[in-house]
Design a protein around this ligand. Structure first.
Ligand code: A2P
Length: 292
């Protein structure tokens, strides 16, 4: 498995299983299928409601803890210094682990950015205590990153963003790269373009992707994952289907050409599939996270 080195020297398996929108009762089987075919990185979140099932699948797999990279996220309802320290106890308790490999803030909370900064300070404390091996953020735009970097003592290792063929966030990606922050793509095969009414063509039916896919004898999903990996991103595709989970890992035996990478870059539409980070408020999205 190809790994990427984070800015603090920790190694991250470049491709992981995403479990956003994987129902808790399907999560055990999806994670088990992934670990069975060789995945060693799982990305979950307190807000997904399936950390307990991820933890069960990990324990049942018998894969040694040291071989696994477990990433989860603090939800906005747990922002604030003490609250985020407690969010670590909740998430690690549900996952059944003493230490997390990567713990990140799920969203900026622009309406109360002070709380976002307090939450990040708690991540820094967890890192100093050895409770997490790396810390980061998700869905942070350039202004959020600048405001964070003004006060942070630890540069985030990762910024997890919506990045797919139709919404590439090049400005944020460039800012991240300049500051040593790894770009990690959520919805890397553009799932957000077909499970939400986003007004996009389904990424898997895009004619440009179809042509590249035929040229390599690989599926459209594999082409899109390869595009992300070749551009240096970590990718965390979600699937609940064992054959697709296996297919999504089988992307290390072919190489897209420079022209093919550019052809995919040109599919940018500027249209986001997920929520606008500026629109995130506690009133609208602040569902509490249950205790462990
Ligand atoms: P399913 O879970 O039914 O397999 P993304 O992570 O980019 O958002 O993509 C997730 C979406 O893509 C889900 O709807 C998932 O559905 C689907 N999907 C994942 N892998 C593949 C694949 N290899 N081929 C087709 N669809 C896929």
């Amino acid at each position: 498995m190809q790994t990427l080195t984070l800015n603090n020297g920790v190694h991250l398996p470049a491709l992981g299983l995403g479990v956003f929108q994987t129902p808790p009762d399907e999560t055990r089987a999806a994670v088990a299928a992934a670990l069975d075919v060789g995945y060693r990185h799982v990305d979950t979140a307190a807000a997904y409601g399936n950390e307990r099932e991820v933890g069960e699948a990990i324990r049942n797999s018998g894969v040694p803890r040291g071989e696994l990279f477990i990433e989860t996220k603090v939800w906005i309802s747990d922002y604030g210094y003490d609250e985020t320290l407690h969010a670590f106890d909740k998430s690690s308790g549900k996952l059944g682990v003493d230490q997390l490999d990567l713990f990140i803030l799920h969203q900026p909370l622009p309406s109360d950015f002070g709380k976002t900064l307090d939450a990040y300070r708690a991540l820094e404390a967890l890192l100093a205590d050895g409770k997490v091996r790396a810390i980061g953020v998700s869905n942070f735009m350039v202004d959020h990153l600048r405001a964070l970097l003004d006060v942070a003592t630890v540069v985030p290792a990762v910024n997890q963003l919506e990045i797919h063929l139709y919404f590439q966030q090049r400005e944020v990606q460039a800012f991240d790269s300049e500051h040593g922050i790894l770009n990690q793509a959520w919805s890397p095969i553009g799932g957000i373009t077909f499970y939400r009414d986003s007004g996009h063509t389904s990424a898997l039916e895009d004619p440009v992707i179809g042509e590249i896919s035929r040229a390599h004898g690989k599926s459209p999903a594999q082409v899109l994952l390869r595009w992300g990996l070749q551009q240096g991103r970590s990718v965390i595709p979600k699937s609940t289907k064992p054959e697709r989970i296996a297919q999504n890992l089988d992307v290390f035996d072919f190489e897209l050409t420079a022209d093919e990478l550019v052809a995919i870059d040109k599919l940018e539409t500027g249209k986001r599939g997920g929520p606008e980070p500026e629109s995130i408020t506690l009133a609208k999205f602040g569902t509490p996270i249950p205790e462990a």
